[in-house]
Design a binder for this molecule. Structure first.
Ligand code: PEP
Ligand code: MG
Length: 575
């Protein structure tokens, strides 16, 4: 039976494909007793499942592309080691024999015993290793209950749509090497890091569908319209035909935009606008080159730290920054220092706080861990001789943090000098304006920094007190709220007064429906997912600065939410 689900369009485009239901992360297992004569076959069932899991893990490992970060194979090697451990490989068999229970139950009992032992460990890093044990055991259980964990590479040439309850940014790294036509999730918001990565993959995605994972059946045909946030399940032939047309039109429009790759981003009245790209990992560079970006405005360096159990060394980080700097051939590369915490949790270090978005995140975490921070600063500084590298500090909230960071950068430079290691002595240091306190005092921040970059994703979250990753409040997450627009305008003006450039690197910068508005607020530097650059350029090429400035003002003062759409339409020339 056909039905439609509505969610939040996280990444534009239309996909038509068969549903692939991602296995729930935890599988419910049954418990039953076995007669004596079934014990041997149960032991064999267990051994076969372990063997199949081993084969799966080895296959996934062998399919990792050479360009993937080194931590991916290491991560799989560790899971293979856990699988081979007697605690997983042998102990459940003793339970099957002694308790005459089914294999899933024995394995679950053993997992719980191991988790309880991990819980007693004081060291938070070692304690957190229990997650790996749980993941390996869950893989074996899924094989036992008939849900193999491996993701399909696409079936018989048919497109495949991943349907999942939830995806983490770490899951998304793995999807960078797996071909899906689209993916949809029950949870998540449009500016969660998972959604941002969906846009960087350039495939349609709808989030916050609430019940997709339970309502959609495996292999069912579905249409995903990422622009409208709509998913149509089991469509009839007429609907399919309609969406095939829309899909073809979308592909044609995307192809047409490609012609703009080499044109300068200049308004009709001749104002130059700078269009930079956001990246998560060096593997994103081909997309950056394809987009014609004039620089990297945001390198989310924390992605080098995810999906691994140890920290990337100074040399590993240096190589990653260096390759990006070299690839950009002298164009600016803005490396944001570690922004871990909130929805980007590394498996080591700190325990998750009750309210992680307001906790030890980003620069706060770095200042609490100066050795970790210094290692990163050394790597960035060393890479600075291979291009035009800039440092960007996330989530500044007060001047004490800024002072401490600048002191640490100065001390790191001093150490490198003493060691005779070269770096760019004049490396620019910028700050992200993501906390309302920083936006209100942007002029003072601008005076002490070389540039500012507005992180609208967090600025909206913190201004409106809306968790950006929580779908329950996603309808309140409003980039057009006049308080948000006023803080953006104030920050841009503060930068102008201090003579320092201001960019926007949050998702607003890549939303072509908001390009004229941001131009009207005075923005001249945009940084976004490479996939959005050409659509934004298209808007810029058709804009007059005077006109968009006049039309943006009513939105700043608008307290009538009903009028917002008509004001924006007017600004975008759609009356
Ligand atoms: C932002 O907050 O707008 C931003 C660019 O940083 P991130 O999305 O990585 O938090
Ligand atoms: Mg941010």
């Amino acid at each position: 039976m056909s039905f439609t689900l509505h969610g939040i369009g996280a990444s534009s485009g239309i996909a038509i494909g068969r549903a692939h239901l991602a296995s729930p992360s935890r599988v419910e297992v049954a418990h039953y007793s076995l007669p004596e004569n079934k014990i041997d076959s149960e032991l064999k069932r267990f051994d076969d499942a372990v063997e199949q899991t081993r084969t799966e893990l080895r296959t996934v490992r062998s399919q990792i592309p050479a360009s993937a970060p080194a931590e991916l194979p290491a991560f799989l090697d560790m899971h293979l080691l856990i699988l081979d451990d007697n605690m997983i490989d042998e102990e459940p068999k003793r339970l099957i024999r002694e308790q005459r229970c089914n294999a899933e139950w024995a394995l679950t009992q053993q997992m719980e015993a191991l988790v309880a032992r991990f819980e007693e460990i004081e060291d938070p890093y070692l304690r957190s290793r229990q997650e790996d044990v749980v993941q390996v055991v869950q893989r074996v259980i899924k094989v036992l209950v008939g849900h193999p964990g491996q993701l399909p590479a696409g079936t018989d040439g048919e497109e495949c749509v991943l349907v999942s309850h939830e995806l983490t940014p770490a899951d998304m790294i793995q999807f960078k090497s797996t071909r899906f036509a689209a993916f949809i999730t029950d949870l998540g918001g449009a500016t969660s890091h998972t959604a941002i990565m969906a846009r960087s993959l350039g495939i349609p995605s709808v989030m916050a569908l609430h019940q997709a994972r339970s309502l959609i059946k495996d292999h069912e045909w579905i249409i995903v319209d990422g622009r409208e946030g709509v998913v149509i399940v089991d469509p009839d032939e007429k609907i399919l035909e309609e969406y095939r047309h829309r899909q073809a039109a979308w592909i044609k429009a995307t192809e047409k935009l490609k012609k703009l790759k080499t044109s300068r981003a200049k308004t009709l009245d001749g104002t130059n606008v700078e269009l930079f790209a956001n990246i998560e990992l060096p593997q994103d560079m081909p997309a950056v080159l394809e987009s014609g970006a004039q620089g990297i405005g945001l390198f989310r360096s924390e992605f080098l730290f995810l999906n691994r159990d140890d920290l990337p060394t100074e040399d590993e980080q240096f190589e990653a920054y260096k390759i990006v700097a070299e690839t950009m051939e002298g164009k600016p590369v803005t490396v944001r220092t570690l922004d871990l915490g909130a929805d980007k949790q590394a498996p080591w270090g700190h325990t998750v706080a009750d309210n992680p978005a307001l906790g030890l995140r980003a620069i706060r975490l770095c200042l609490a861990e100066p050795r970790l921070f210094e290692t990163q600063l050394r790597a960035i500084l060393r890479a600075s001789v291979f291009g035009k590298v800039r440092i960007l500090i996330p989530m500044l909230g007060n001047f004490g943090e800024l002072r401490a960071t600048l002191q640490l950068i100065a001390a790191t430079k001093e150490n490198l000098r003493a060691e005779g290691i070269r770096f760019d002595e004049r490396i620019p240091v910028g700050g992200m304006i993501e906390v309302p306190a920083a936006a209100l005092l942007a002029e003072q921040f601008a005076k002490q920094l070389d540039f500012l970059s507005i992180g609208t994703n967090d600025l909206i979250q913190y201004t409106l007190a809306i968790d950006r990753a929580d779908d329950a409040v996603a309808h309140l997450y409003d980039p057009l709220h006049p308080a948000v627009l006023s803080l953006i305008q104030h920050t841009i003006r503060s930068g102008q007064k201090a003579g320092k450039p201001v960019s926007v690197c949050g998702e607003m910068a890549g939303d072509s429906q908001l390009t004229r508005l941001l131009l009207g607020l005075g923005l001249r530097h945009f940084s976004m997912q490479p996939a959005s650059i050409l659509a934004v350029k298209h808007q810029i090429l058709g804009s007059m600065i005077d006109e968009v400035t006049d039309l943006a003002i009513p939105l700043l003062k608008n307290t009538d939410a009903e009028k917002t759409t008509s004001l924006l339409n007017k600004l975008n020339g759609k009356t």
